[in-house]
Design a protein around this ligand. Structure first.
Ligand code: SAM
Length: 272
């Protein structure tokens, strides 16, 4: 019996074959664990019912999309920017869920869906790449029905950093992604102040840093810089953050400007 990725905390994820998980991952976080954690709340909050339409935003190699289809029998639109939808289609087909998981290549900032198309939107270890933009929630929320939920889980901060990056994180901290890591309190404020959603949950996964380190040791044992940063940190700052908001019916959303109508007026350039 292959004991890898057996984890009592994540019973649903533990039923998936470790070889399949290791051939399908696309992230420094285990997408199945994070999806299971997120859906623990989503199933209470939305009662994910068969046939519901779910957007899996930034799905990578679509493990989370396949999981959502298999575990909850929902229809999933598996959207990603960097990973190839044709590869995902093969994975989806081999998983036997091609009738309910639809891979698409597109940018989260230019989604091609009709307004209020989805019952729920989820995003696993991806939202930080675009979702910290102050205008993004307004852009995204129009695709979920009023009363529908947007749920995000991924790497983040369990508490705010002091003014400077702590010494033990220096070697790992680069100039890109970690600056987008935020605390549950930050996300609660970021979303809550807009009144677009009611924030129903913003929290961290207990011992998230241990799952982070366990996963890294398995998929990238040579990445000693990150493993050492996570282990030395020991949950002081780094962990997994989950945020769930429910779209309010009373909050108007504005269509983002995608093109300005032609309106050229010829005028003299100089006073002369
Ligand atoms: C760390 S990976 C996580 C992938 C997957 N959700 C998982 O957990 O395994 C981040 C993902 O975000 C996606 N992403 C980043 N920026 C994006 C954007 N602007 N639009 C859509 N996807 C984006 C990338 O394509 C990548 O697959």
């Amino acid at each position: 019996m292959d004991e890898r990725l057996q984890c009592a905390r994540f019973p649903r994820s533990s039923t998936y074959h470790p070889e399949w998980v290791l051939a399908s991952f696309s992230s420094g976080a285990n997408a199945l664990w994070l999806t299971e954690w997120l859906t623990e709340w989503l199933t209470e909050a939305v009662d994910l019912r068969p046939g519901m339409r779910v957007l899996d935003l930034g799905c990578g190699r679509a493990m989370s999309s396949i999981f959502l289809r298999r575990e909850f029998d929902v229809q999933v639109w598996a959207v990603d920017l960097w990973f190839n939808p044709s590869e995902n289609m093969q994975r989806i087909r081999d998983a036997g869920v091609e009738d309910g998981v639809f891979p698409l290549h597109c940018d989260a900032r230019m989604l091609p869906f009709a307004t209020e198309f989805f019952d729920a939107i989820v995003s696993i270890d991806s939202f930080v790449y675009y979702g910290t933009d102050d205008m993004y929630l307004n852009n995204l929320a129009r695709f979920v029905k009023p009363g529908g939920v947007i749920g995000v889980a991924g790497a983040g901060l369990v508490r705010e950093l002091p003014g400077e990056i702590p010494d033990h994180l220096h070697a790992w901290w680069k100039q890109d992604q970690p600056w987008c890591f935020h605390t549950p309190g930050w996300w609660r404020n970021h979303w809550g102040r807009t009144s677009i959603v009611d924030v129903e949950r913003a929290d961290t996964l207990d011992d998230g840093w241990r799952y982070w380190a366990d996963w890294l040791r398995l998929i990238a044992p040579d990445n000693t810089t990150e493993i050492s940063a996570v282990e030395t940190d020991g949950g002081r700052f780094l962990g997994y953050v989950r945020t769930v908001g429910r779209r309010r019916a009373d909050s108007p959303l504005y269509d983002p400007a995608v093109s300005i109508p032609l309106n050229y007026l010829q005028k003299p350039l100089m006073r002369v």
